[in-house]
Write a protein that binds this ligand. Structure first.
Ligand SMILES: [Zn+2]
Length: 432
């Protein structure tokens, strides 16, 4: 990333797109993206998103490949688990190894040996996490403030100036720069540059920030129309925090010509109940014809709630971050759907992590063994827990697809929330 170039269209003469819901026309370009809904059940839908790099069955959980790797797994293993789309991180990849290096090696997918589709975030979440502190890091778990020396120097209309956490050098990230980097990374879906407004921001700040995000979207689209890869889709990001009128205005502004899909970002609420209300309301404001991606949400109960609201794609650090901390996802709503293998209560536990789970960790190993590996800080503990946690969420999404197709999503949703594992919940819901 370099400094902004004088003479580029930083003035953003386009302004936010304003279209009424009835007149909304997203871009309809099958060369970039084609979204096919095959079944609906209430607001929930299942189908496929067809992208240049492959097609993705939805609803889908999207693993993070922040630095070009899904933690502890080879790319081929990620595909074998059933995933069709992974998310690379513009901020991290631009700092190391650099967009030019990845571009010269064929783009993110070829660089990491991944044969499926790719999405890249804009980098906005990370640079604003540097400015806003660790709150968003805690919510979304993929900030980098804890990595030390990175610091924001200035946030302005042009973008954000900050120091690299690697070497302290001054960097810049703004709408055009983010799109240029994502073009070099060659992802199938690029996310527009936005400010992820933190929960502690007040209404006035959230309103001004959301309007700037809309101006930045117009600049992203202008850059991409002129210089972006022909086959790369662009998703706009709906902001507006917890404020209904701001979410409504943002949904209208972001559902703009030139946008191929929508993402929902920003602060979603102080608790799960408020988050579900904000997600449901925001999803209801978005055009039906485009895929909807919910950023940074990945706990089992939140996933089924969001799917019920019509969300198609999710990414989240939860499965891999929990694994790093010795924690397994489980059908235990009373324990936030997880348990900590470090506890001595598992020292002699000969059961698998979760009975019936089809993952390799549960097939071959006991809780006692993984407890031991976690205590001994063996890398294999992280790897086995990554495998389990990712399979758990992949099975959860696959179960949702089957339940929606069978008109049984309400029962599936209730069974997951009540503590059935995905493979049992789908059998219960679909009566097989
Ligand atoms: Zn398992």
């Amino acid at each position: 990333m370099g400094a902004p170039q004088p003479g580029t269209a930083l003035g953003g003469a386009l302004g936010p797109a304003r279209t009424s819901r009835s007149l909304r026309r997203l871009r309809d370009d099958p060369q970039r993206l084609r979204f096919e809904v095959t079944a609906r059940d209430g607001a929930a839908r299942t189908g496929r998103v067809h992208l240049g790099g492959g097609s993705v069955a939805t609803p889908a959980f999207v693993p993070l490949a922040s630095h070009g790797s899904v933690r502890s797994l080879a790319a081929a293993e990620v595909a074998e688990l059933g995933f069709e789309l992974v998310l690379g991180n513009t901020y991290h990849l631009a700092i190391r190894p650099g967009a030019e290096a990845i571009g010269a090696l064929g783009g993110l997918g070829p660089f990491m040996g991944w044969r499926g589709a790719t999405i890249t975030d804009s980098g906005g979440f990370q640079v604003f996490s540097l400015a806003h502190g660790g709150v968003a890091d805690e919510v979304k778990g993929r900030g980098s403030a804890r990595e030390g020396r990175g610091a924001v120097l200035d946030i302005g209309e042009e973008g954000v100036r900050f120091r690299s956490y690697l070497d302290g050098s001054e960097r810049f990230l703004g709408p055009e720069e983010s799109m240029r980097i994502q073009a070099r990374l060659g992802s199938d879906i690029a996310l527009a540059f936005d400010e992820c407004t933190p929960f502690h921001a007040d209404r006035d700040y959230t309103a001004r920030s959301t309007e700037r995000t809309h101006r930045w979207l117009a600049r992203c689209l202008a850059w991409h129309a002129e210089r972006g890869p022909r086959s790369q889709a662009v998703f706009g990001i709906v902001q507006g925090g917890i404020y209904d009128d701001l979410r409504e205005a943002s949904a209208a502004a972001v559902s703009a010509p030139g946008v191929d899909g929508l993402a929902i970002g920003g602060a979603l609420g102080r608790d799960k109940e408020q988050m579900r209300q904000v997600v449901a309301r925001t999803a209801s404001l978005l055009p039906d014809s485009a895929p909807r991606h919910l950023l940074g949400i990945g706990e089992p109960d939140d996933l089924v709630a969001a799917i019920a609201s019509g969300i198609d794609l999710f990414d989240c650090a939860v499965p891999t971050r929990l694994a790093r901390h010795g924690t397994a996802l489980s059908p235990t709503p009373e324990q936030r759907f997880r348990f900590d293998l470090g506890s001595s209560s598992y020292a002699l536990d000969a059961a698998p992590l979760v009975a019936g789970c089809p993952c390799a960790a549960c097939r071959d190993h006991t809780r006692a063994y993984i407890h031991h590996l976690a205590r001994a800080r063996e890398l294999t503990a992280v790897r086995l827990l990554c495998l389990h946690n990712l399979v758990y969420l992949e099975r959860l999404a696959a179960g949702a697809r089957e339940a929606i197709a069978g008109g049984a999503f309400g029962r599936y949703h209730d069974a997951i929330r009540a503590g059935e594992p995905p493979w049992d919940a789908v059998a219960t819901a679909c009566g097989r």
